[in-house]
Design a protein around this ligand. Structure first.
Ligand SMILES: Nc1ncnc2c1ncn2[C@@H]1O[C@H](COP(=O)(O)OP(=O)(O)OP(=O)(O)O)[C@@H](O)[C@H]1O
Length: 508
């Protein structure tokens, strides 16, 4: 392949942070008009590499070429001028401004005397949306759009800045299955228009579906670049993890006991209606549904984070008084691994050690007064090793860890809380495939030791691979309950979209 076929080349890139060599001699060559995936474990260096490309970080060494020409990217503006844009998981839209205004934010066409040319603004915004074959009302404030639509506006905004290289960092993390199909359609249209996509994801089925080429990174180095067609999932995992992890869903053989969590006729105005479910000792029960079905709302209601209007929540046979909040739920043995870890799950300025042990100081205290430092260290090392948390030390502040490693810390925190009933909301989002296997093992171990686990996940293979029973939600209601033994993606999707033509109620 000649250099001209590559829109982007990064050669010999090095980057260090205090105590961490994040990138060592990384080379990346990206073909024009293709989808180039970057895969690797948490902390492999993927985000650091794209932050260098987008001007957020400065490299220590190395060269970047665009269209075969050596370029300097010292700040985000340089990257934008070169046509490089990043679609992050957290969007950069202004909620109260309209779709059209957001697309042309900071670069709106103007008439004489600097007055904004509304007609031209809308015409241009519509043209861009049409080119992606999507229709979203131009006057609508973006805060009224779904997350999937906001992501489309974010992409359109990048195109309005003449982006030719779009970097998508875990774009599916905020999407349900239907929205993902739509995103893939848009990516295919972008490719037809010769836009180049760099796609970062831990969801390997997506990588196989959408990418032409895969670069694998490990420990800050490039393992290699491969045509997607030349690899299967097994080979890719081995390249990423450096070992064979076998079957991703470990076998379960657990005795199921009495109900530990019982929800009867739970109602929350405008959000949840007539929810009935139970999770028994030893069980892992799935809660499936599309984005917006009410799964997170239900988890928060059970945990006491949001009040309920009517209904009964029983833990271990005891009714929890409606007016009681989170601390009474924790005391009675309920834990929640929240969906939004950064905002709700971690204290970013505290260390890995403190974040993990804060959930259960009893296990590391001497006569309930002093911390037993040795016990604390052993406990934390155990989690760091088991979940393979990549951190320079257990005393490193959590804010400097990679996104996936931060998630592992929250998970360790809730596993350490040792709750009888643990609700996990998207437990493996953003986590690499090797660590996913370890998380599944830990959840299985917890269930086997007599705990009850309620697992919310948008990844249907994970629900199918892990759960004894599955409740499916649609528009704030439970639309069906299926045994893990007979569940299929089709059955779940039919219930999740409210298009179920045959009833799976109580198919257990
Ligand atoms: N601002 C920072 N300060 C200190 N260390 C950092 C910083 N950013 C990244 N690192 C370290 O650099 C390494 C690479 O992190 P990076 O975020 O690039 O990984 P990643 O492959 O994107 O991981 P993930 O899949 O978890 O997002 C990690 O060891 C991380 O702790």
């Amino acid at each position: 392949m000649s250099n001209k076929d590559y829109i982007l080349e990064m050669k010999g890139i090095y980057k260090a942070f205090p105590g961490v060599q994040a990138l060592t001699d990384v080379n990346l060559s990206v073909e024009r008009g293709k989808v180039h995936a970057i895969c690797g474990e948490n902390g492999a260096g993927k985000s650091t590499l794209i932050k260098i490309l987008s001007g957020a970080y400065q490299k220590d060494q190395g060269d970047i070429y665009i269209d075969g020409k050596l370029v300097k990217i010292n700040e985000p503006k340089d990257a934008m001028d070169l046509g490089i844009a990043v679609i992050y998981q957290e969007f950069t839209l202004v909620p109260h401004l309209s779709v059209a205004e957001n697309i042309y934010l900071g670069k709106a066409p103007s008439k004489i005397h600097g007055i904004m040319d509304w007609g031209e603004l809308k015409k241009r915004a519509k043209k861009l949306l049409d080119s992606l074959n999507v229709s979203i009302p131009l006057n609508c404030p973006v805060k009224k759009l779904s997350v999937a639509q906001q992501q489309i506006i974010e992409i359109t905004k990048a195109l309005a800045s003449n982006a030719r290289i779009l970097i998508m960092d875990e774009p599916s993390a905020v999407l349900g299955d239907k929205d993902l199909e739509q995103l893939f359609k848009i990516i295919r249209r972008l490719i037809e228009q010769e836009t180049t996509i760099i796609y970062i994801s831990h969801r390997l089925n997506e990588v196989f579906e959408i990418s032409n080429t895969i670069t694998v990174m490990k420990d800050g180095k490039c393992v290699g670049t491969y045509p997607t067609k030349s690899l299967n999932a097994h080979e890719l995992v081995k390249l990423m993890v450096g070992r064979d992890i076998g079957d991703i869903y470990p076998k379960r053989n657990v005795k199921i006991g009495e109900p530990l969590l019982e929800i009867n006729n739970l109602n929350q105005k405008g959000r949840l209606s007539n929810i009935n479910l139970n999770v028994k000792r030893g069980e892992i029960v799935g809660l499936a549904g599309l984005v917006g079905a009410g799964r997170t709302e239900l988890a928060r209601a059970i945990f006491g984070a949001d009040p309920i209007d009517a209904g009964e929540i029983k833990v271990n046979g005891k009714v929890i008084r409606k007016e009681k909040g989170i601390s009474s739920r924790i005391n009675i043995g309920v834990g929640l691994l929240p969906e939004d870890r950064k905002a709700q799950g971690l204290i970013l300025k505290m260390t890995v050690r403190e974040n993990i042990t804060i959930s259960n100081l009893k296990t590391i205290s001497k006569s309930r007064k002093f911390i037993d430092l040795n016990r604390e260290k052993n406990l934390v090392y155990n989690f760091v090793n088991k979940l393979r948390i990549k951190t320079p030390s257990i005393n490193t502040k959590v804010k400097s860890l990679s996104g996936g490693n931060q998630q592992k810390v929250v998970l360790a925190k809730w596993l350490n809380a040792n709750s009888d009933v643990l609700i996990v909301d998207e437990p493996t989002r953003g986590v690499d495939v090797g660590a996913k296997r370890e998380i599944y093992e830990l959840l299985n171990e917890m269930a086997a030791s007599g705990k009850a686990i309620l697992m919310i996940s948008s990844e249907l293979p994970e629900i199918l691979g892990m759960c004894d029973r599955i409740y499916v939600m649609h528009e704030g209601k439970i639309t069906g309950e299926i045994s893990g033994k007979v569940a299929t993606e089709e059955k779940i999707m039919a219930l999740a979209t409210g298009t179920d033509v045959w009833s799976h109620q109580n198919e257990v």
